[in-house]
Design a binder for this molecule. Structure first.
Ligand code: FAD
Ligand code: SIN
Length: 521
């Protein structure tokens, strides 16, 4: 791997790869990714990409649904960019080689919770895998992009800008099998490291989702926003375990109904859209039903969907549930909520710019303000495309004018020679976040979590100073810091809005809290 590149991209999901493709004609691009190339949340995306493409749809309707889900906190300029530019970005993805499901000589458009129209472009129920495949194949054609697998970004490197501020000058990266990071210098750094679902015991996210980018940006002094808004997906297959299998919302979009174990449909008591209500409403309703009944799960009854539609539209879900002993063609399947998506992240403008000069962020790691207090289903793949494209458009004309910083030798990173086993702390962290900072919160539980996380942070900081650096230890540090940011943000929002439901403050308070929760200078 070179020590100097023009553009350093951290992450190889949809955000990092789409951005890398856009800037590739203008300089040398290094994509650093901590596992193999496609391993990302993107790769597991099922439902699809929301875009106003149907004749009865419009960007205005898509915006209305996005605002309605976002519970007053969506940034209007970001939402406008998302819905207006979204359809063209989806077409661009198709022109790059993505093969989405067709119906009646056009794109098949699915439906999901909170959407007033059919607008979900999908590749059956393996949309993310198709997106990764097409982007990686397109990148393989480019001579100027190098992808470095199994390299883990550790921290951002800052330099003085000569005017009393600092600029992002690159990143420290841990090569595979090594315990000393290397410095990679770049004219500009793009954070595209995804979310932090692994901070919770039960999550739909793969093991890579450890919040590394948000934690790195936080340590570098960037502004972080809205971390309290963690989205729990209502329907993970039970038992959820530490890597839950998702049952796409598109299944409810085609007609599946949530029921108690006694067969009663319950969602119409909570929302006029019943089983297709926005996710915060459905997850909170299921949580309440489970607490009232004492049952371990609720049922998803797929009998309203024709078997041929299930086979056609949901072949992977059908096969995966069957492999786990459930037959969704003939019986209801057990589901529970699981942590799924972080609406908050590194605060950016509508071109991906963070508060640190020459540090950009796109995708789940970023907080563009599009999602407000609750993300509308299938808006995140779209957000990644639209804002990666906008970031590239901002960066390309400026790239040549930005200097590559000197690759000063690395100093001050000594670590130690002890070995530290992060697994017990990682498991404890995930359990405590699930128990104390889950779907339903309270002041007492948040305060308890804050104390426990502070103790854990002290222990991990000591381990960082004394031990050999490993990816697992670095991930633990990042997970603990993300947990702390989620808890601090939830404590400071003394109201219930969107995904932040607090029993001690059950109402929305527009007087005091119609604003983002921002951490950092
Ligand atoms: P990711 O795709 O998560 O990519 C992050 C990349 O960063 C990975 O390559 C990772 O290895 C790398 N990385 C992380 N840390 C480091 C580090 N320290 N150093 C180097 N590399 C690092 N959204 C939708 O819009 N529609 C859907 O249908 C949908 N379905 C979903 C289904 C599931 C099961 C899940 C988990 C999510 C789903 N989402 C969906 C959400 C969506 O997939 C993600 O929000 C989106 O893919 C995020 O893309 P990204 O590029 O920002 O991050
Ligand atoms: C799903 O298919 O239910 C996931 C969609 C999303 O997270 O946007």
């Amino acid at each position: 791997m070179r020590d100097e590149v023009d553009v350093l991209v951290l992450g190889s999901g949809i955000a990092g790869l789409f951005f890398a493709l856009k800037v590739a004609p203008y300089g040398r691009v290094a994509v650093v990714t901590k596992k193999d190339q496609p391993e990302s949340n993107t790769n597991y995306a099922q439902g699809g990409i929301a875009a106003a493409l149907a004749p009865d749809d419009s960007p205005a309707l898509h915006a209305r649904d996005t605002f309605s889900a976002g519970a007053g906190l969506c940034h209007a300029d970001a939402v406008r960019a998302l819905v207006r530019e979204g359809p063209a970005r989806v077409r661009e993805l198709i022109s790059l080689g993505a093969r989405f499901t067709q119906r009646d000589n056009g794109l098949s458009l699915g439906r999901e919770g909170g959407h007033s129209r059919r607008r979900i472009v999908h590749a059956a129920d393996l949309t993310g895998r198709e997106v990764e495949r097409s982007l990686l194949e397109a990148i393989a054609q480019s001579d100027s992009v190098e992808i470095h697998e199994n390299h883990m970004a550790v921290d951002l490197v800052l330099e003085h800008d000569g005017r009393g501020g600092s600029v992002c000058a690159g990143a420290l990266v841990l090569p595979p099998g090594e315990s000393t990071p290397r410095r990679i210098s770049a004219r500009v750094v793009m954070l595209a490291t995804g979310g932090c679902g692994q901070v919770y015991a039960h999550t739909t996210n793969p093991a890579i989702a450890t919040g590394d980018g948000v934690a790195m940006a936080y340590r570098a002094g960037a502004r972080i926003a809205n971390m309290e808004f963690v989205q729990f997906h209502p329907t993970a297959l039970y038992p959820a375990g530490d890597r839950a299998f998702l049952i796409s919302e598109a299944v409810r979009g085609e007609g599946a109904i949530l029921r108690r174990l006694d067969g009663t449909a319950f969602m119409d008591r909570y929302h006029p859209l019943a089983s297709l209500a926005p996710r915060d409403v459905v997850a909170q309703a299921i949580d309440r039903e489970l607490k009232e009944s004492g049952d371990p799960f609720v049922l998803l009854d797929c009998s309203p969907i024709r078997p041929d539609v299930i086979r056609d539209h949901f072949p992977n879900i059908l096969a995966e549930t069957k492999a786990r002993g459930f037959d969704m063609l003939h019986e209801p399947i057990p589901v529970v909520p699981a942590a799924h998506y972080e609406c908050g992240g590194v605060l950016t403008d509508t071109s991906g710019r963070t508060s640190l000069s020459r540090l950009y962020a796109v995708g789940e790691v970023a907080c563009t303000g599009v999602h407000g207090a609750n993300r509308l289903a299938s808006n995140s793949l779209l957000e990644a495309l639209v804002f990666a494209g906008r970031a590239a458009e901002r960066i390309i004309p400026r790239l040549g004018g930005w200097r590559i910083p000197d690759s000063a030798p690395l100093s001050g990173w000594t670590g130690g020679d002890r070995t530290f086993d992060p697994a017990p702390d990682r498991a404890r962290l995930r359990e405590l976040m699930w128990e104390l900072v889950g779907i339903v919160r309270s002041d007492e539980r948040l305060t308890e979590a804050s104390g426990l996380l502070a103790e854990m942070n002290t222990r991990v900081s000591a381990a960082m100073a004394e031990s050999l650096l490993t990816p697992e230890l670095l991930e633990l540090r990042n997970l603990v810091q993300c947990g702390q940011m989620i808890v601090a943000s939830a404590i400071s929002r003394a109201e219930s809005r969107g995904l932040n439901f607090n029993l001690d403050h059950p109402c929305r308070d527009n007087e005091s809290f119609l604003r983002d929760t921002v951490i950092g200078a």
